[in-house]
Design a protein around this ligand. Structure first.
Ligand SMILES: C[S@@+](CC[C@H](N)C(=O)[O-])C[C@H]1O[C@@H](n2cnc3c(N)ncnc32)[C@H](O)[C@@H]1O
Length: 212
């Protein structure tokens, strides 16, 4: 399902900053070599992540779901001097690819890649996160959210990707465990007084949360 009209998408792409050479390389490599290349954030969403990160100027960023490194490279552009982005990837093959791209980046000393299941790795990371981007297993979203909302400081920004789950959350009845998990996550945060919520209709849906 095309969630954003192709004309609007193309027009927005044309009238936004163009991606840099390293992000182009990550994109091309992923398209040519990965069967799930559609998972990459891409130019518009990546640009938004960079803008948000530049607005917040975070010291510590957490990303769950590195894939081939595209969104981490976008988010790292907003890090303050001495800041660090920690990103977690379960699959070592993807993590190896991402690390190769991180090594080519201006931010290579500021990106720390952890290989393993985020549910375990998270418990050992005790930074005061300023910005968190969650883009991993959809059935884990409720658990990640509950852990994060209880542990991050007030003023932390949380971003969750794929909150439309390819449009499957619009269908009645819901089928498939991922669509059901995302719908449960969306409904669970809707009236949660611990956060302010904004669901953006960009790409596959992106929810921006502010911890009160
Ligand atoms: C949608 S992709 C991430 C895309 C990436 N953020 C980007 O924009 O290029 C999701 C990634 O999360 C990873 N992943 C899934 N479950 C995970 C888990 N429990 N812990 C860590 N990584 C996980 C997958 O292996 C996959 O590479």
């Amino acid at each position: 399902m095309d969630l954003v009209h192709q004309l609007a998408n193309d027009y927005a792409l044309k009238h936004s900053s163009q991606i840099d050479d390293l992000l182009s390389e990550v994109t091309q490599y992923t398209i040519n070599n990965h069967p799930e290349a559609h998972m990459i954030s891409g130019a518009l969403q990546g640009n938004l992540l960079t803008m948000i990160s530049k607005m917040i100027q975070p010291k510590y960023i957490l990303e769950i779901g590195t894939f081939t490194g595209y969104s981490a490279l976008c988010l790292a552009k907003g890090l303050q001097k001495g800041g660090v982005l920690h990103t977690i990837e379960r699959r070592s093959s993807e993590a190896d690819v991402a690390q190769r791209f991180f090594d080519k980046s201006l931010y290579k000393k500021q990106i720390c890649l952890h290989v393993g299941d985020a549910k375990n790795v998270l418990k050992d990371l005790h930074m005061d996160w300023d910005l968190v981007f969650v883009d991993a297993d959809k059935t884990g979203y409720v658990g990640y959210y509950e852990f994060l909302v209880e542990t991050v400081k007030p003023g932390t920004w949380l971003i969750f990707d794929n909150v439309f789950f390819h449009g499957e959350v619009f269908k009645e009845p819901l089928t498939g465990k991922n669509a059901k998990a995302i719908d449960a996550f969306n409904k669970g945060i809707m009236d949660d007084p611990r956060v302010e919520q904004l669901m953006l209709t960009i790409r596959d849906g992106l929810t921006l949360l502010y911890k009160k």
